[in-house]
Ligand binder design. Sequence first.
Ligand code: ATP
Length: 355
Amino acid sequence: MNTLSIRDLDVTLGDLAVLRGVHLEVPSGSVTAVLGPSGCGKTTLLRAVAGFVRHDRGEIRVGDTVVSGPGRHLAPERRGIALVPQEGALFPHLSVGDNVAFGLPRAQRRRSPRVAEVLDLVGLRGFQDRSPSELSGGQQQRVALARALAPSPSLVLLDEPFSALDAGLRESVRAQVRDALQRSATTALVVTHDQDEALSVADSVAILDEGRILMHASPQDVYRAPTGLGVARFVGQCVELSAEVSAGVARTALGDLVVEAPGAGGEVDAGRGVVMLRPEQLRLLPVDGVAGTAGEVVGGEYFGHDALVRVRVTAGQGSGQESLEVQVRTLGEIPERGAVRVGVSGPARFYPGAR
Ligand SMILES: Nc1ncnc2c1ncn2[C@@H]1O[C@H](COP(=O)(O)OP(=O)(O)OP(=O)(O)O)[C@@H](O)[C@H]1O
């Protein structure tokens, strides 16, 4: 079994504490994505696991082997860990087959059946004699993955593996890479700053911010039940409503909403704070109805597969009146500017004390 366990890991580079008390467990055969903004320490975490960066404190274990620990730092080549860099970095003068064979120990490189096997795994059967220059960016990235998988590593690390691909290609390559990792039952750690990528490619997602893991859970829980507003804002668009909560009900600009506590479960605190909804939980209702809250369409953005409509709603009365803009995700066109009503469905999260 090749579970990756990182415990209480601190890494300092120069005089900067880049990773602080990082705890992360990637179960054998599963894929975990580490998602975080630029400079939060993602690459440093990968480099520490691969053995290119020394840690100050903590432990990294792959299966039963401690690869970094108190007084221990196994050399990168002795860890059995493969790293797929941001841009595949294939050797341009070698054929696809020779690039993949390069991942194998020297004695096995010639005519190894493993080369055809891993090319098959990444959906590139018959590409052996091609030159990298004859491949698309997505195909090159899959050859880089095949090269990493060839020696059957205990763990594969992928550093922003899809960032160099254009949007159209990215989704299909993502699915192919995920499929290849699943079929080879490889334990993998992917780092990315792209929310869609993390949520779609991984079995679990860890949010890293300023060197600390803020939350580690399934993609669904990270999106639907973030433990804090920072996590919520980082993994998708938020509709944030200031609210007063009592007995599990929040009084907001979109009416009274039943709320849930941050994260998975727990009691809802009473008091002031912020209620968070996702734009797809809001829907536009006919203006002549009574359901929902009255508002006014003030603009929007059309994306083809859906649209975000900006609606201004006004809450409260007299001098306490407050006007705010909310985003509603719709499947159709952006309606004309003018009166509309807004309804809410699904759970609302309440973050007490937040503003
Ligand atoms: N060798 C180094 N010496 C000192 N500081 C470093 C070194 N390498 C990286 N850093 C700093 O450590 C922090 C984390 O860098 P890292 O490359 O791990 O971030 P990242 O999350 O991968 O960012 P990006 O998404 O932009 O690649 C940054 O503030 C960076 O400036």
